[in-house]
Design a protein around this ligand. Structure first.
Ligand code: BES
Ligand code: ZN
Length: 882
């Protein structure tokens, strides 16, 4: 589609919906549905036609009615590219209020979008669920509608379903009555005024557990009380609508509600937290969280009916790892934050998507930090979001947070790490700059002022300016409107230092680094009178002189920057690390930036490797995780070199002692970080050849029936078995995968299976992932993991080329498939593959993944240049030290 066509995909803006009465009758045998709707609309300009969104729907009739006129459309035309239907009328439809009545039908597809089906087995029988996923632009696949976020309206839904089925939607049923034999009509109460993408309806057999959150929770101790609060609801079932409580329910397919308890607890506590923090009570009487066996992303914030893939909601006390539990908690807190930020106040258009996603990705940590203070979740923010954003945004082919988008493919593509993780990181930077109270009050002001309306990024900055009196707009525009972020270089000068900013690029090609400058609040530590102090400065221009001599810049990594130090300061930092005098987050920041500077060519790879040795006594997971990621990156570029086995020695010199120290058993009184660290240590040591770890893992694995493997190390053990296994292990994983019913465990097994290294098993994997054993929702992930397997890389590329059309047709069309899988292309390090890939994707388009492709190309070039420059240096360093 050409640029101009892309722009014209917006609906004309002289018609807006006010109210939808929508009735849908799904048929879970033929997988079709029929529907009818009445849309009250406001017309600002007379015309003979009305256009709204519709995709893959058959519209039987459309009628327009106003005070003076009642007329059927004499022609209905479709624009496939724009995803619209236009009703043409003989008479002119005049300015004013009217009502559209439409009768339509469609297919309950397998596409994981629109109104789609999900399948599971229970008691040996195949069962189906019909469910919706509308964000960003797929409500139009379920009913003709004005499918843009600013067209907010009230929805009144009725579902005509089989008697044995349950219907869930945004609000509670107000009426259930009999229909023709075997069917019932479930009518839901009117929704709040909201965008189309937030509507949801789900039909199938479900079980649930329930609890209550208080709307105006004033109890001081609400975060330290007993765990379950199921019994703490109002005395009488029917009295909860009195607005004092919100009923929270967690729905699962039959037989899984025992895995819903953790989610219910987190949901109650999160809702309590947000009610309080935003100072606007959650407006609905119920909040449902629904686990679905087939779901494209992780979760979706439909107002009052939040949907999840099973792994993002269900926790099994015996079989869930702490890491999955943490993930579940974060996802719930994220989606519940959207009930305010997103649902109550919505972005005007998808250009401001980051407002939704960046904010929710920030505030989820704030909520979880309150609920689980021992987790020190903000530490994890650094490895789950901050570093990932720094990495992606160091590419020339990154994009600004606020970016113009038009076509659904473009919209889909910005659900990426820039909107989420960079968005969250710059909000964190701002929150710390404004201080807790001003930040919270700014949000309260913003949410109150724009409730039930739509906003742009500027409205949020205005709110913060209003409460803080600081120049938020100017500062934040430099972060949301410009691509990339700065490298701040520190040079000692006299008794003080000079700080200098330039854009940071991870690839070596020289680009114009001095075109953009950022407004950077930078805090730093320094010693005065033998005491450590922290000060903050504001770097707005190219450079700035300060009178103190910083010891660590960007204290606690609060700003979205990287730092390069002069030699003397870095030497001192090394001493501080060895002496145990540097904070966890600062230790992480130093090693993270050092590896990044090696990749970008600012320093030699050996300097980063040398620095990693200073971390021998490190004891925090997040720091080790950063070290592992730096080390793995270099391993990837040298994997085909002869000295690669020497490099393994270097890895083991760090991770074997760590694995030994952590052991395989949980220790009494161990903290959150240690549990994560054990998993990492075993998996690094085991996959790079530590004999003891491999043998012990084998023992644990072969004994797993008698003694189930502890869930927290299960992933690591499977991984070690796979990376050292062959045909026998593949068979065993295949057996386990097929019989497993718990999705978290299935994922763990599948992931391990993809890590087998022999040619035969790689071939087996390639056929296996194409079978029906793999759910569509899991296919992209499995393929991506397989592609990350160094030993499988070239085969996968051949496979993708060969099967591209089939894969796209079955998994990819319009979805996130390509943008999830194609990042794995970056693992290639040779220019031959690059050329081949470019040629291939010139012929075969990659809709919705064009930028992802450019990013991958850029990385391959960068990888190739890095090996060229540093190969000898790495080799010499290894020879000298190992
Ligand atoms: N609004 C999104 C769901 C979504 C994602 C819709 C992509 C359409 C396209 C939801 O709030 C979300 O962000 N989900 C995340 C999980 C979250 C904890 C990062 C997801 O699904 O990955
Ligand atoms: Zn979200």
């Amino acid at each position: 589609m050409k640029a101009n066509d892309k722009k014209s995909v917006r609906l004309p803006n002289h018609i807006s919906p006010v109210h939808y009465s929508l009735s849908i009758k799904p048929d879970l045998e033929s997988f079709t549905f029929s529907g009818s709707e009445k849309i009250k609309i406001k017309i600002l300009k007379g015309s003979n036609e009305i256009t709204l969104h519709s995709k893959d729907l058959d519209i039987e009739t459309a009628k327009y009615k106003s005070d003076k006129l009642e007329v059927f459309a004499d022609k209905i035309s479709y624009d496939i590219k724009k995803e619209t239907a236009t009703f043409h009328f003989k008479n002119k439809i005049k300015k004013g209020n009217g009502e559209l009545s439409i009768i339509f039908s469609g297919v309950i597809s397998e596409s994981l979008r629109g109104f789609y089906r999900s399948k599971y087995t229970f008691d040996g029988k195949d069962k189906f669920i019909a469910t919706t996923q509308f964000e960003a632009t797929d409500a139009r696949r379920a009913f003709p509608c004005f499918d843009e976020p600013a067209h907010k309206a009230v929805f009144e839904l009725s579902l005509i379903i089989k008697n044995e089925h349950t219907a869930i939607s945004n609000t509670l049923p107000i009426n259930i009555r009999e229909h023709e034999s075997g069917y019932k009509i479930v009518s839901f109460s009117p929704s709040p005024k909201m965008s189309t993408y937030l509507l949801a309806f789900i039909v199938g057999e479900f079980e649930y557990i329930e609890g209550y959150a208080k709307k105006n929770s004033t109890s001081v101790n609400k975060f330290s009380g007993p765990w379950m609060r199921e019994d703490e609801g109002p005395d009488h079932e029917n009295s909860f609508t009195d607005s004092e409580f919100t009923k929270i329910r967690v729905y699962t397919t039959p037989g899984k509600t025992h895995q819903a308890k953790f989610a219910l607890d987190v949901a109650i506590r999160s809702l309590d937290f947000y009610n309080d923090y935003f100072a606007i009570p959650y407006p609905l009487p119920t909040l449902d969280l629904i686990a679905l066996p087939d779901f494209e992303s992780g979760a979706m914030e439909n107002w009052g009916a939040v949907t999840f893939r099973e792994t993002a909601l269900l926790v099994d006390e015996e079989n869930s790892s702490l890491s999955n539990k943490q993930w579940v908690a974060l996802v719930i807190a994220h989606e519940l934050a959207h009930q305010w930020f997103g649902n109550l106040v919505t972005m005007h258009w998808w250009t401001d998507l980051w407002l939704n996603e960046g904010f929710a990705s920030y505030i989820e940590y704030l909520a979880i930090d309150k609920i689980f203070p021992n987790w020190k979740i903000w530490n994890h923010f650094l490895t789950l979001d901050h570093n990932i954003a720094l990495s992606l945004d160091s590419l020339n082919n990154s994009h600004p947070i606020e970016i113009e988008v038009h076509h659904p493919n473009e919209i889909n593509e910005i659900f990426d790490k820039i909107s989420y993780s960079k968005g969250a990181s710059i909000i964190r930077m701002l929150a710390l700059y404004l201080g807790e109270n001003d930040f919270r009050d700014g949000l309260r002001y913003y949410l109150k002022k724009h409730s039930y309306k739509n906003t742009k990024t500027i409205n949020l900055w205005e709110a913060f300016e209003k409460v803080s009196g600081k120049k938020v707009k100017k500062m934040m525009n430099s972060w949301t409107k410009q691509t990339g972020y700065p490298l701040v270089e520190m040079k000692k000068s006299g008794l003080g230092a000079t700080l200098c900013q330039e854009r940071f690029y991870s690839s070596r090609k020289q680009k114009d680094k001095n075109k953009t400058f950022w407004q950077i609040p930078i805090s730093y530590s320094y010693t005065k009178n033998e005491k450590e102090n922290v000060d903050q400065i504001f770097l707005e221009k190219k450079s700035l002189k300060i009178n103190n001599k910083p010891e660590k810049l960007n204290k606690d990594e609060t700003s979205f920057i990287r730092v390069k130090y002069d030699k003397e300061t870095l030497d001192n930092i090394k001493k501080e690390i060895t002496g145990g005098r540097m904070s966890v987050i600062d230790r992480l920041g130093i090693i993270r930036d050092t590896f990044a500077l090696a990749e970008s060519g600012h320093i030699k790879a050996s300097e980063a490797m040398e620095l990693s040795l200073v971390y021998k006594n490190e004891d925090e997971f997040i720091v080790w995780s950063e070290i592992a990621s730096g080390i793995n990156k270099i391993k990837n570029i040298i994997s085909k070199e002869k000295f690669s086995s020497k490099y393994n020695k270097y890895i083991l010199s760090l991770f074997s002692p760590l694995a030994r120290q952590m052991g395989f058993e949980k220790k009494l009184g161990e903290d959150h970080s240690a549990i994560f660290l054990r998993n990492l240590a075993i998996s690094m040591a085991g996959s790079y050849g530590d004999k003891d770890v491999i043998n012990k893992s084998k023992k644990i694995f072969s004994n797993k029936i008698l003694k189930p493997i502890e869930a927290d190390i299960r992933g690591a053990i499977y991984g070690v078995i796979a990376s050292n296994g062959g045909a026998k292990e593949w068979k065993e994983f295949e057996r386990m995968y097929k019989k497993e019913n718990m999705h978290e465990e299935k994922d763990r097994i599948g992931r391990a299976m993809m890590m087998l290294r022999n040619q035969k098993e790689i071939k087996n994997n390639l056929s296996f992932i194409m079978t029906k054993n793999i759910r569509n929702q899991d296919f992209p992930h499995m393929l991506a993991i397989l592609w990350q397997n160094v030993y499988a890389r070239d085969d996968i590329w051949k496979f993708i080329k060969k099967n591209c059309k089939y894969i796209l047709k079955n998994y990819g069309e319009g979805g996130h498939f390509l943008s999830r899988v194609l990042p794995s292309l970056v693992n290639h390090t040779d220019l031959k593959t690059l050329k081949d890939a470019k040629k291939f994707f010139k012929k075969n388009s990659a809709p919705g993944a064009e930028r992802t492709l450019e990013q991958a190309y850029e990385r391959i070039v960068s990888n190739a240049a890095w090996i060229r420059d540093d190969k000898k240096i790495i080799k010499n360093w290894l020879e000298k030290n190992y």
